[in-house]
Design a protein around this ligand. Sequence first.
Ligand code: SOE
Length: 383
Amino acid sequence: MSDKTTVGVGMVGYAFMGRVHSQAWRSVGAFFDLPLVPRMAVLAGRSKERTEAAAAQLGWADVETDWRELVRRDDVQIVDICTPGDSHAEIAIAALQAGKHVICEKPLANTVAEAEAMVAAAAGAAGKSMVAFNYRRVPAVALARRYVEDGRIGEIRHVRAAYLQDWIVDPEFPLVWRLQKDKAGAGALGDIGSHIVDAAQFITGELVVGVSALTETFIKERPLAEESAGLAATGSATKGPVTVDDAALFIGRLSGGGLASFEATRFANGRKNAMRMEIFGSRGSLAFDFEAMNELWVSSGGGGFERILVTEPDHPYAGAWWPPGHGLGYEHTFTHEVRDFLEAVATGADPTPSFADGLRVQRVLAAVEQSAAEDSRYTNVED
Ligand code: SOE
């Protein structure tokens, strides 16, 4: 029997993010020596039948069909929000007001105003809060951050950040919630652009302070979605309008004086989840591609790049898992996330990325949308 304190977790939503968060809560105690033992107390979803089926499959002890009931429960101390962005603010604020700790999926909210309200609620709350930018917890990304902090890269000159996917290239791919502004807030920009803005700020320790942007929606109408699971879906014969961007490209300035470029697209045919970062500094450079997530490429200037297999025991998180070279996957980043969150809850430290960090990313996304809408810095080529 463990003599550690148990902490009850209540999760809202059980689709793609809910499944991967469940995997994290289920496995974290088996690999990390935790100060608190998480208990997967309750899963909330709208349909009783589906929520019960998901709870049985994913390992949750009980279900609620209204998230408000989950937030009220005494056996829930941590609320994990895995719903589309349109409900993040309401659930997070209610949970914080009820004294719970909150982990919220990214982007933090659908608007800057909602994100500000969440930051205000977090500031006055007893509970801890964190936004789930999971890629910070890829061992290679955390190692990249360490190298920048140690001064190995020097002053940051440019960042090239790209997040390339292709799951909606087919014009007949249905109009899932991620393609609807009222539910998702934005398209590729919010869903995957938010990740690379956060990763760029995290690795460099700097902020994106200004942007100039272009966005595009290539496919304006799609079949209405009937069933969806993960990123797959079936559509009906009726079509509806796509109300978000399919791709967002922007350049920006960093607070340290460097320049950055960002590409977020779901139309990079052949690229599945290519979240790529290249950091060029005065002393060296770093390169990372999530499709080869156990590798970090490092240059000390001259002689090109050296490949580091980020699976050594002294690399971030890696020592908890397999022998060197055996590698980690997507799901481990979420396990690291809940591990760090439990650590913060136990020690009273403030977990990162905070809701304030999430708001900062939201402000960048808003600036991108404003720039794209105004086309103010966009110059047509004269013929
Ligand atoms: C879909 O684009 C998605 O699942 C994102 O929502 C996730 O945040 C990203 O990790 C993978 O792609």
